[in-house]
Design a protein around this ligand. Structure first.
Ligand code: F6P
Length: 328
């Protein structure tokens, strides 16, 4: 493949996600395949500004495809949001002779990459890595599938104790602004109700629905709540409200938190990461820049970075209906 790119830098940034290591491995091995140098950049934009770099060859990424987290570490950087910070990063890249970047992360990562590209005309390619699945231009972000499986396992366990004690559990799952995880795990975990930011169920309807199911003979219930839900109360206030307004249940809260971001990536995420890494390197070598690689209809697709960060992915309304019918 004819090209002028000889050295590619790769980094992970923002919240980590299972599959990031598999994506790093794929970028490193794709570079090795094309005989170009790959430089690992530690701690995202922080390491980029400090020149925290290490050369990576094909063997340096052995044994990581199955590992959660990111061997390159991750960070959310305030300094990179400043012009001075980005200038520092540009200087470090020049010093190291790096002529293109692969950025693995979510919308914050891509926003930084986009500004950087606009200021310095530096070739960048994005790989969407976040458990939230909130990036436009891909049906799945890296880590989304694994996180869902982790949460479903947790819900199954909570259900065991919920049914032993006739309890109603509110389970909070991640998803800063979107309800993708909540909606899917709610269905897979047999939740009574799913509260997501995209739909305002309202407190009265929630209590009404829980009362109805209690009267229909259910002795325990699970309500999955996306952390970004806009019902107007945090999960503990929600619990108190339901405790005061309905009888028959002992109510408990379980906030799953960061355990959702850890663990060995699923087969789906490993394959997706491998495909995305190859596509990112191929695209840079073809002279493309300022795109994110994504999965659409089981094909790799490029989306301009500015489109990827515009707006939020829409939830599938059919899933809401399925959830309603299943909780009958
Ligand atoms: O964006 C991924 C995510 O895990 C969100 O679901 C969550 O709101 C956020 O990151 C948590 O961020 P931090 O790890 O900085 O607390």
């Amino acid at each position: 493949m004819p090209n002028k790119i000889k050295k590619i830098g790769v980094f992970t940034s923002g919240g980590d996600a299972p599959g990031m290591n598999a994506a790093i491995r794929s970028v490193v091995r794709s570079c090795a395949y094309y005989n170009i140098e790959c430089i690992g950049i530690y701690r995202g934009y922080e390491g980029l500004m400090e020149g925290d770099f290490e050369s990576m060859d094909a063997r340096s990424v052995k044994g990581i495809i199955n590992k959660g987290g990111t061997i390159l570490k991750s960070a959310r950087s305030k300094e990179f949001r400043t012009k001075e910070g980005r200038q520092k990063a540009f200087d470090q890249l020049n010093k190291a002779g790096i002529d293109a970047l692969v950025a693995i992360g979510g919308d914050g990562t891509f926003t930084g990459a986009l500004v950087f590209n606009e200021e310095f005309d530096f070739p960048v390619m994005g790989i969407p890595g976040t458990i939230d699945n909130d990036i436009v231009g891909t049906s799945h972000t890296l880590g989304f599938d694994t996180a869902q499986n982790t949460v479903v396992e947790a819900i199954d366990k909570i259900r065991d104790t919920a049914s032993s004690h006739n309890r109603l559990f509110f389970i909070e799952v991640m998803g800063r602004d979107v309800g993708h995880i909540a909606l899917n795990v709610g269905i897979a975990g047999g939740a009574e109700e799913i509260l997501i930011p995209e739909e305002d169920l309202g407190l009265d309807r929630l209590v009404e629905s829980l009362n109805k199911s209690r009267k229909s003979g259910k002795s325990s219930s699970i309500v999955v709540v996306a952390e970004g839900d806009k019902i107007g109360k945090n999960i503990f206030e929600l619990k108190d409200y339901v405790d005061e307004n309905m009888e028959g249940y002992d109510v408990r809260v379980s906030v799953l938190g960061h355990m959702q971001r850890g663990g060995s990536p699923s087969c789906f995420d490993r394959v997706l990461a491998s495909r995305m890494g190859v596509k990112a390197v191929d695209s840079l070598l073809e002279g493309k820049s300022n795109y994110m690689v994504g999965l659409m209809n089981n094909k790799m697709k490029l989306t301009p970075l500015d489109n990827a960060i515009k707006g939020k992915t829409k939830i599938n309304l059919e899933l809401l209906r399925v959830s309603d019918i299943m909780s009958t």
